[in-house]
Ligand binder design. Structure first.
Ligand code: NAP
Length: 340
């Protein structure tokens, strides 16, 4: 069966996902495209795909079996609710939504529908290195995880478009999600420390040092540097009772020349996580073909939203900000260890 996909939002990641859905993966066909800018939709659309004027018309079209949302975060809620209303599986780029109230509305709609339809784009869970790291922790040979050191460095972010809140409400969500998944635990509180500001980003508040307090007592520290110039560098090391497990350096040639010995560093997330994005869509296509969703859920998107909100409160207060989660609906009762 070929799953007929409609893509909403044809900016940077929308175009990259259209490329993988049309040129890399099988069992899928991009038949419909929408963007607020119709000329951008037209230039991104694969041959034969229909350009829709509105997300609602695309979602409701009989030609579309499943939807990929790559618009910006504030538009996600309305588009997700529309997909749930018509019972179509939907892959939604992170962030799921941009407020707790909005996440609750999406969750209530999906729970009311009675079947999982939403997968959130937390692609690190599909990365082979993160999966091996998780297998080591879950194997139990190192004892319980006590600390996780997570490093998230971007070479640069678009000046003007990227605001001082975004390291916490747009970037930290990946580290928060992968921490919950690796440690199979919820985040109960967040602290943020602000080191001396980097001159690389002008007035932008950067970098951030974040502490995530897990409900079970483990602590995660996250460095977020979004203008570090040298490359896109993602690191992670778990410190457990009887050993440590870390993400490996990415395989790349070791170049020796008159400047010294060096290895290649990816320039952005598309290069670093290219196989992870492919894999997250492979698994999504299988589930979407069955009319459902697996992988990171609305619950995971809700949890990440609470962390982002708490982190922003922590900047303002300078204190540990507690997180209170609602009871987990049975629809999401699968353990995080199984979700991807
Ligand atoms: P982008 O380049 O700005 O693309 C977003 C596109 O959606 C733009 O063409 C935008 O048009 C359009 N759009 C905005 N509101 C819309 C609406 N209501 N209906 C239809 N189209 C709409 O942004 P991006 O970098 O691709 O990011 C898109 C989403 O992916 C964001 O949520 C972002 O956080 C996420 N993302 C995830 C990852 C990851 O690693 N998983 C990486 C990058 C981005 P205008 O420009 O005219 O507003």
């Amino acid at each position: 069966m070929t799953v007929r996909i409609g893509v909403i939002g044809t900016g940077m990641i929308g175009q990259d996902h259209i490329r993988r859905l049309t040129k890399v993966l099988s069992g899928v066909d991009v038949v419909a495209v929408n963007d607020i800018d119709s000329s951008r939709a037209a230039s991104a659309a694969p041959a034969g795909a229909e350009i829709f004027d509105t997300p609602q018309e695309l979602i409701r079209s009989d030609k579309v079996d499943a939807i990929v949302i790559c618009s910006w975060g504030p538009a996600h809620e309305e588009q997700l609710l529309e997909c749930i209303a018509v019972g179509k599986p939907v892959f939604c780029e992170k962030p799921l939504v941009t407020s707790e109230a909005s996440a609750m509305r999406v969750m209530e709609a999906e729970v009311g529908y009675g079947r999982r339809l939403v997968q959130v784009g937390f692609m690190r869970r599909f990365d082979a290195d993160y999966r091996r790291l998780k297998a080591v922790v879950d194997g139990g040979t190192l004892g319980a995880p006590l600390m996780f050191h997570s490093v998230h460095r971007n070479a640069s972010v678009p000046a003007g478009l990227y605001t001082s809140d975004m390291p916490l409400n747009d970037t930290l969500v990946h580290d928060a999600d992968v921490s919950r998944w690796l440690l199979d635990d919820e985040i109960a509180g967040v602290e943020v420390r602000l080191p001396r500001r980097s001159r690389q980003g002008g007035e932008l508040r950067d970098p951030h040092f974040v502490l995530l307090h897990m409900a079970g007592g483990a602590i995660v520290d996250v460095e977020i540097s979004v203008n570090i110039a040298y490359g896109y560098d993602i690191r992670g090391e778990l410190s457990c009772e009887t050993g440590v497990a870390a993400l490996p350096n990415r395989p790349s040639p070791v170049v020796s020349d008159a400047s010294g010995i060096r290895q290649f560093i990816p320039t952005d997330w598309r290069e670093r996580f290219i196989e992870a994005y492919d894999q997250e869509f492979r698994e999504w296509i299988v589930a979407a073909g069955d009319g459902t969703a697996t992988g990171p859920s609305t619950w995971d998107g809700y949890a990440a939203t609470l962390v982002a909100d708490a982190a922003l409160r922590a900047v303002a207060s300078g204190k540990l900000e507690a997180i209170t989660m609602r009871d987990k609906p049975a629809l999401y009762s699968q353990s995080m260890a199984q979700a991807a």
